[in-house]
Design a protein around this ligand. Structure first.
Ligand code: SAM
Length: 329
C-alpha cells in the first residue's frame, strides 16, 4: 500500500505541542518501547510508527520497521480521563490506579494515589471543586452515560488554563443522529447551569457553546478507551474476576491522541493494555513488517460476525471489511 504521509496531522500536533508545551509534556507524551539503535540510551527514541492515510479507513498507524511479536511499540499518557461513577471512590481521581486504602469516613471525597497525581489534577480539580456536581452526576448515572464526565473534566481544564479548548480537534468525530444530539443538548444545559450556579462567569465559559460540547462528545464517542486494568493490587485478583462477570471491570474512560489513530481489525496485529493506571501500552500481537498497518480490536473479538458488525456500525459508524469479516468468520 502506498503511504501518503499525513503532514497536516504532523503540523497540527507540532502546533499543539508548541502552543501547549507544559500540558502536552506532562500528560500527552509517548515514548518508544525500545532503545535499540538509540545512540543515547537515556532518552528513548521515537516509536517505530507513522500516521498516514489508509486506502479506505482514513488515517491509520503504520510500522516504520519490522516489529516483533510481543514488542512494546510505544506507551501513551491520556490527555483526558475520568473514573466510572461506580469506581470513583476506589481509584485515584487522576490516574485511575486502584487505591489501597479508601477513606470510608468521608465517602463523598475523591482521593489521589500520590502527591504527583494531586499536583497534576490541579489542572481541573480547583475549578471542579467550586461547583456542586450532584445534578450532573445524577443525570449521567440515571441515563447510563459516561462520556459527559470526560466533557466536564475537559471544560474544567480549559477554564483553569490546563488545556486548550481545541485539544481534541485533531481526532475524527462520530457522525451523530438527531436523537443523540437532543440528548447531548440536555447534558450541555446541565453543565452550563452547574458552572453558572458556582459563580463561573460567562467570560470564563465563553468556549462552552452547544457546538463545542457536541463536537467534544462526537470525538470522545469513537476515540475514548474503556480502561480495564490487568495489574494492580494482588488483593484485586478475585474482585476483578467477579467484576468481569458483572461487566464492571472498567475503572473509567480515557482519551489519547496517538492511540486514537489506530484503526480496527477483528483479527488485530496489535493491542492496547493498561497495567495499573491510565498509562497505555501498545504491543504487537505478532510479527509486523515495515510498512504494514498496525490495527487494534475495538470490541470483544470473541463475538460472532453479526454481533461484531452490528456494534461497529452502531457504535463507530463503519462496516468492518477486515479479512476475518470478509471470510464470514
Ligand atoms: C479511532 S478512529 C481511527 C482513526 C481514524 N481512521 C482517523 O482518521 O482518525 C475510528 C474511526 O476510523 C475508521 N475505521 C477504523 N477502523 C476501520 C475499519 N476496519 N474499516 C473502516 N473504517 C475504520 C472509522 O471511521 C472509525 O469510526
Amino acid at each position: 500500500m502506498g503511504l501518503v504521509r499525513y503532514s497536516r496531522w504532523a503540523s497540527r500536533l507540532k502546533t499543539l505541542n508548541s502552543q501547549y508545551k507544559p500540558f502536552l509534556s506532562a500528560t500527552s507524551s509517548f515514548s518508544s518501547g525500545t532503545t535499540a539503535g538509540n545512540e543515547n540510551p537515556g532518552r528513548p527514541g521515537p516509536p517505530p510508527i507513522q500516521v498516514a492515510l489508509t486506502e479506505s479507513s482514513g488515517r491509520g498507524v503504520f510500522a516504520t520497521r519490522k516489529i516483533e511479536n510481543g514488542e512494546l511499540i510505544h506507551t501513551a499518557k491520556p490527555v483526558l480521563s475520568h473514573p466510572s461513577l461506580s469506581t470513583v471512590h476506589r481509584v485515584c481521581y487522576f490516574c485511575l490506579r486502584k487505591l489501597r486504602n479508601t477513606d470510608t469516613s468521608q465517602p463523598q471525597r475523591v482521593s489521589f494515589c500520590s502527591d504527583d497525581c494531586k499536583k497534576q489534577a490541579k489542572g481541573f480539580y480547583d475549578v471542579e471543586m467550586r461547583a456542586d456536581w450532584s445534578v450532573y452526576d445524577d443525570y449521567c448515572r440515571s441515563h447510563g452515560l459516561k462520556y459527559p464526565l470526560l466533557v466536564k473534566r475537559l471544560a474544567c481544564m480549559v477554564m483553569s488554563g490546563a488545556a486548550p479548548a481545541n485539544l481534541l480537534d485533531i481526532l475524527q468525530p462520530a457522525s451523530l443522529f438527531a436523537e443523540m444530539i437532543s440528548e447531548m443538548e440536555a447534558g450541555f444545559g446541565l453543565l452550563r447551569s452547574t458552572f453558572r450556579n458556582s459563580n463561573i462567569t460567562d467570560e470564563q465559559m465563553s468556549f462552552l457553546t452547544k457546538q463545542w460540547y457536541i463536537g467534544i462528545l462526537a470525538r470522545i464517542r469513537i476515540n475514548a478507551f474503556r480502561i480495564e486494568l490487568v495489574g494492580g493490587l494482588y488483593d484485586d485478583l478475585l474482585s476483578s474476576a467477579a467484576a468481569s462477570i458483572d461487566a464492571e471491570a472498567a475503572v473509567g474512560n480515557a482519551v489519547y491522541i496517538l492511540p486514537s489513530f489506530y484503526n480496527h481489525d477483528c483479527d488485530p496485529n496489535a493491542h492496547i493494555i493498561w497495567i495499573e493506571n491510565t498509562d497505555a501500552r501498545l504491543k504487537a500481537l505478532r510479527d509486523v513488517d515495515a510498512g504494514e498497518e498496525l490495527r487494534i480490536c475495538y470490541i470483544d473479538a470473541s463475538m460472532d460476525h453479526d454481533a461484531r458488525q452490528s456494534i461497529l456500525s452502531q457504535g463507530f459508524g463503519f462496516q468492518c471489511s477486515c479479512l476475518r469479516c470478509l471470510s464470514g468468520d
